[in-house]
Design a protein around this ligand. Structure first.
Ligand SMILES: N[C@@H](CCC(=O)N[C@@H](CS)C(=O)NCC(=O)O)C(=O)O
Length: 213
């Protein structure tokens, strides 16, 4: 049985829950109270992840941290071969990796601001991260705009979405909660709607399914 150390409000945990839901993969959630309990800082959790962060996935004794790494693992182990993590072409693998790394940049800008705003209330230190976040969104918007013009609908060209789409999706979707509106990013809004249309899509607080939004 897969176990996910999880926090309901975490975008990084959500992307793993989303993929598990899409795959229809049975799992159990082990809640970790980040705030106010700071359970992730306690010795029992640090023994599982010395970096003191969620998500962590446990699969039959194997312990994995980092949401991007977990998505890749799930795609390679539990999805039909190459469907979510295409392995047939070096350039395609590299492009997926590029956007997985980009998801981490989104986490450290948009989602870091979101956590600051939600948990501690806004302070003057968020401005540089907001600026960096807008620059990242502009890069993504331009990429997706040209992709659509070329007839592609996912971050990495191809008929099927990849783990890269799932990795970036929650950070973009929750940018409102960091005080960054998606109004200026129409191609990204069309892309987020496409992700919401994937079979097995599931919601989280702040991210609604197409029918209820
Ligand atoms: N690169 C990691 C980042 C994980 C991360 O930032 N997790 C947040 C919750 S969304 C966390 O545990 N924060 C606790 C802390 O930093 O004290 C991933 O993608 O899983």
């Amino acid at each position: 049985m897969l176990s996910l150390y999880d926090c309901e409000f975490s975008e990084n945990c959500y992307k793993v829950r989303l993929f598990l839901s899409i795959l229809g993969q049975e799992h159990q959630l082990i809640p970790v109270e980040l705030f106010p309990g700071r359970e992730h800082q306690q010795a029992h959790f640090r023994a599982i992840n010395p970096l003191a962060k969620v998500p962590v996935l446990e699969d039959n004794g194997l312990i994995l941290r980092d949401s991007q790494a977990i998505l890749v693992y799930l795609a390679c182990k539990y999805a039909p071969k190459g469907k979510w993590y295409p392995l047939e072409e070096a350039s395609r693998i590299a492009r997926v990796q590029m956007w997985l790394s980009f998801a981490n940049d989104l986490n450290e800008t948009i989602s870091s601001v979101r956590r600051q705003v939600q948990v501690f209330g806004k302070d003057e230190n968020v401005a540089p991260k907001c600026k960096a976040a807008r620059e990242l969104l502009a890069v993504m918007e331009e990429h997706m705009w040209f992709a659509e013009k070329a007839g592609h609908f996912w971050l990495c060209a191809g008929d099927h979405p990849t783990v890269a789409d799932l990795a970036c999706f929650p950070h973009v979707m929750l940018s409102d909660e960091a005080g960054i509106s998606l109004i200026d990013y129409p191609a990204l809004r069309r892309w987020t709607d496409r992700v919401k249309g994937i079979n097995g899509f599931t919601a989280m607080p702040g991210i609604f399914s197409l029918t209820s939004s």
